[in-house]
Design a protein around this ligand. Structure first.
Ligand SMILES: NC(=O)c1ccc[n+]([C@@H]2O[C@H](COP(=O)([O-])OP(=O)(O)OC[C@H]3O[C@@H](n4cnc5c(N)ncnc54)[C@H](OP(=O)(O)O)[C@@H]3O)[C@@H](O)[C@H]2O)c1
Length: 334
């Protein structure tokens, strides 16, 4: 079937999206980025993936977050993105920030995992081919490798930038001390770390407790939050059981055992706080992360255009009273 040509909406920068500087850099990120970890693989509907990407871009979401192994199958989310790049996004390439990563299991044998120069360089070349791109905007080390000298991983990042295959680099899920080493090393090699990507949301405050959010700020590094909705828990998705097709029903990354009656009772109370603010639970959860500038962008996941539309609505109200913040903490036992 031939798809009608895509023309990005003329109002894409007048739809309410806000942009925030990523650390001490020139790069502005949309406060909401779209991640392709789930729902963009070769097991998913290409037309739904396409609709979500077009809708996101039409609404000012300029940043798309990928990794080599997103799918399933591994690599297929990048292939989906590559098809859309080829078919419709190409004229808008310079309006986009496209990211990829390597660090987790990707291909068999000793060179398809962790943080060696051998793996990272080969992986980026493969990602560029799959996505039909000459360069990515941000390349991330997807995780800290305790067995590879940090200098090797970090020098590979520096060299990717020097080769023109990445414009900026970042780290994801690195521990505190290693992150400081990375910030210092990259700065000393004229490739300042642009961004730390970490798991952070209303329920999971570890990155705050470990000092990683503050450390990024002190080093002029932007912080972006992934799984801002705790994989769908911090939405209305599980208020009435586990729907067919939901992430918890698939059970690989979000175990259905997590959806306990105690959790649902908390979610109902959070939902009531959100309603009082005139928001959905999804919107309040995202607004909570975006209430100050310590999080430059939240990287949402989505399985439908409707979910992205709901998420975008958070931008209408990002401020919280002290009372609301206290109530959220009390409900979550924080
Ligand atoms: N650096 C890393 O190590 C790392 C790790 C994980 C993720 N990430 C990045 O972060 C991105 C987001 O992660 P995530 O998918 O876990 O994020 P998330 O936003 O916490 O969860 C997304 C899921 O929440 C549900 N959802 C979203 N909006 C909803 C709405 N309005 N109403 C009801 N349910 C809604 C959907 O679940 P259903 O699918 O059930 O509909 C969706 O797939 C990834 O795509 C990836 O780019 C990075």
């Amino acid at each position: 079937m031939i798809n009608p040509p895509y023309y990005a909406s003329d109002s894409r920068y007048n739809n309410g999206m806000k942009y925030e500087r990523c650390g001490r850099s020139g790069l502005l990120l949309p406060r909401i980025s779209l991640g392709l970890w789930h729902n963009f693989g070769d097991v998913n509907s290409l037309s739904n993936s396409r609709e979500m990407l077009h809708f996101a871009f039409d609404n000012g979401i300029t940043c798309f977050d990928l990794a080599n192994n997103y799918g399933p199958s591994y690599g297929s989310a990048e292939e989906t993105f590559g098809r859309i790049m080829h078919g419709s996004f190409r004229p808008y390439r310079d309006e986009m920030v496209i990211t990829t990563k390597a660090g987790h299991d990707m291909w068999p044998g000793p060179y398809g995992n962790w943080g060696s120069r051998k793996y990272l360089m080969a992986s980026l070349n493969q990602s560029l081919q799959r996505m039909n791109l000459e360069y990515v905007d941000i390349f991330y080390s997807h995780r800290f490798d305790p067995e590879t000298p940090m200098e090797e991983t970090l020098q590979a990042l520096v060299d990717m930038v020097r080769q023109g295959k990445a414009l900026y680099v970042g780290i994801s899920q690195w521990p505190y001390e290693a992150s400081q080493f990375a910030y210092d090393y990259l700065a000393a090699h004229d490739t300042p770390c642009l961004v730390y990507q970490g798991r952070y949301n209303m329920m999971d405050r570890n990155k705050e407790k470990e000092g990683i959010v503050r450390q990024a700020k002190e080093n002029g590094v932007g912080f972006t939050a992934f799984s801002p909705l705790e994989q769908g828990i911090l939405t209305d998705r599980y208020l009435n059981g586990i729907p067919e097709g939901s992430r918890a029903s698939i059970g690989k990354f979000l175990k259905p055992e997590r959806i306990t009656p105690e959790l649902v009772a908390k979610l109902e109370r959070l939902n009531a706080v959100a309603s009082k603010r005139g928001q959905t639970l999804t919107q309040m959860s995202l607004a909570w992360l975006l209430k100050d500038c310590s999080v430059a962008s939240v990287i949402i996941g989505s399985s439908s255009v409707g979910q992205i539309r709901d998420s975008l609505g958070c931008l209408n109200n990002l401020s919280f009273s002290q009372e609301e913040l206290r109530e959220i903490d009390e409900i979550l036992g924080i």
